[in-house]
Design a protein around this ligand. Sequence first.
Ligand code: AMP
Length: 288
Amino acid sequence: MKIIASADELRHQLAGLRTEQIALVPTMGCLHEGHLSLIRNAKRLADIVVVSIYVNPLQFAADEDLDSYPQPFRQDVALCEQEGVDFIFNPTSLYPAQGIQVGLQVNDLSHRLCGISRTNHFDGVVTVVNILFNIVRPDIVIFGEKDFQQLTIIRRMVADLHMPIDIISGETVRESDGLAKSSRNRYLNSEQRQQASKLSCALQLMQDKAKHENDYANIMAAGLEYLKLQHIDIDYLEICDEYNLQAVSTTKHDAPLRIFIAATIGPARLIDNKPLLSPTLEDKQPCV
Ligand code: AMP
């Protein structure tokens, strides 16, 4: 495995490998089982796996956790080595010292869900992802469903801008109590950690409701009531069309529907999502 900080050097290294399938797994590091599942997907689908580790300043607002974002780089290197990654791309910066003058902009898809409180976040995401795509020129890129709005926006970016890249999604990896694994979970103390697991429980409760009586108002009421009982102050809880991320007000809808939640628990803003109609029952979590 090679660890490379320079974009030119990575381009040079990959130049001789262009006949192979190259997969990219973009991350901000602090790798956990969620990231590793994406890397395993990449290994299955491609010959060469590049993992980028870069905490992208452009996607953080001034009051967010850019400066405190955990960066256990040596541990990340060991995990990548263990998973058989070929290249770690770990640039110091991807932007000109004087600041970036030209970037990408997301329209309606970023005016919903997380985009409402995180203005410019998705513009920062698509800009850095585009830069990574231009450096690596991957055939395949793997993103997690954990960040479903991000995944949807990137799928649209690739389609709208005619990028010759396959976007593959990986399922959300969870702790045994259902909490979606996240680098930010380490910000939580044990009481907050306990409360955080209730986010996925609320989604599961809503899925159960949807299975038995598919009524929008009752499903939403069940979720909101449960979260209130758990004293969780949500940023949003919405049932949305999976493709355009528009909130619906009825469950009679042609496109698949997904439940999205965001809440701040202690120092961490956490997000999660699940399909409204779950195809499987195996992922049931122990919820009270
Ligand atoms: P991040 O390092 O948080 O920017 O995430 C890098 C990639 O890992 C993104 O595609 C995320 O959606 C994905 N990811 C983060 N957490 C999980 C998880 N629990 N399960 C699966 N994928 C995840």
